[in-house]
Design a protein around this ligand. Structure first.
Ligand code: SF4
Length: 338
């Protein structure tokens, strides 16, 4: 008898339910993920986003995976905040290349009030081009979030990174609770939330269950859920720990399972394949799309890590019959999201 597949949005997932999803036979998991995906999203459409580092390196946080931390010996040079016009030029190029969303990232613990005017001008300029705006600037006070919301920022990215239990092994300079506080400030300001994390940091399956559970039980699911595969960078804590241990790399099938479980538990969210795609085979990416991933970063560079490049993506899309999403998701979708 066919199993009835629930496609509605819930925020009361238990860890046991999520662990059971991870444990499903792969074909059953994929079938459920596809069913949920097709109930809410156009199949064969993938959103294209472009990411630009507007202020690189010299970050006082100690995220163990990040080459931009002052704690990392990665050779990344610290820069100042980019000039507004230079950012807008890059946004225009991204739009010409087909991007629907322009994401701007600054390696800060939190933005300084003196930087806010330039940030606001960037938001206004990119929105004026008809693109969605997303920023990731570190922790936000309620007042800063409010200013960004009033400026029309569409999305704010702030990742929980991993499970609450594993979190302290990866970052010590700010707590899991502080991450949730910033997410709350972003929500209160009426900005859509982009929040996900990284797998392949040496965590266990139980941590991946805890990571998805933390996202899927937020009072409102993030509108975007980036799922990254760790890119081990020499000089970072995790890069040095894992780079020479090939077995530590996340197993492709386990990565696809994580994407599928994110899709099933957060049916309305855009699930984004983020870092780690450069080293991912085409077949694995195809499985991720089948599992419900419907957003990618374009270009040949993320904040500092490499990415696949537009021509490789176009070739893969052509092979798979995947189309770039034509219109952005409705802006300011908070009210309608659930
Ligand atoms: S991930 Fe962000 S907050 Fe953490 S060290 Fe890197 S730039 Fe700083």
């Amino acid at each position: 008898m066919a199993t009835l597949i629930e496609t509605t949005t819930r925020n009361d997932w238990t860890r046991e339910e999520i662990a059971d999803l991870f444990d499903l036979p792969f074909d059953e998991l994929m079938y459920r993920a596809q069913t949920v995906h097709r109930a809410h999203h156009a199949p064969s459409e993938v959103q294209l986003c472009t990411l630009l580092s507007i202020k690189t390196g010299g970050c006082p946080e100690d995220c163990g995976y990040c080459s931009q931390s002052v704690a990392a010996d990665s050779g990344v040079k610290a820069t100042k905040l980019m000039d507004v016009q230079a950012v807008l030029q890059r946004a225009a190029e991204a739009k010409d290349a087909g991007s629907q969303r322009f994401c701007m990232g600054a390696a800060w613990r939190n933005p300084k009030d003196r930087d806010m005017d330039a940030i606001i001008q960037m938001i206004a300029g990119v929105r004026g081009m008809g693109m969605e705006t997303c920023m990731t600037l570190g922790m936000l006070t309620p007042e800063q979030a409010q200013r960004l919301g009033e400026a029309g920022l569409d999305y704010y990215n702030h990742n929980i990174d991993t499970s609450p239990e594993r979190y302290g092994d990866v970052i010590t300079t700010r707590t899991f609770g502080e991450r949730l506080d910033t997410l709350e400030n972003v929500r209160s300001a009426g900005i859509n939330v982009c929040c996900g994390g990284i797998v392949g940091m040496g965590e266990t399956r139980a941590d991946r269950v805890g990571f998805v559970h933390a996202l899927a039980t937020l009072p409102r699911h993030p509108e975007s859920v980036p799922v990254n595969a760790l890119v081990p960078v020499k000089g970072t804590v995790l890069g040095d720990m894992l780079a020479d241990t090939p077995l530590a790399k996340i197993d492709d099938i386990e990565f696809v399972r994580t994407v599928a479980v994110a899709r099933i538990t957060m049916p309305l969210s855009m699930v984004r394949l983020s870092a780690g795609r450069e080293s991912m085979g085409e077949a694995t990416q195809a499985l991720c799309f089948m599992a419900g991933a419907n957003s990618i970063f374009t270009g040949d560079k993320l904040l500092t890590a490499g990415n696949r490049g537009d021509s490789a993506d176009a070739a893969l899309f052509a092979k798979l019959g995947v189309r770039p999403m034509e219109a952005p998701e409705p802006m300011r979708v908070c009210e309608a999201a659930e």
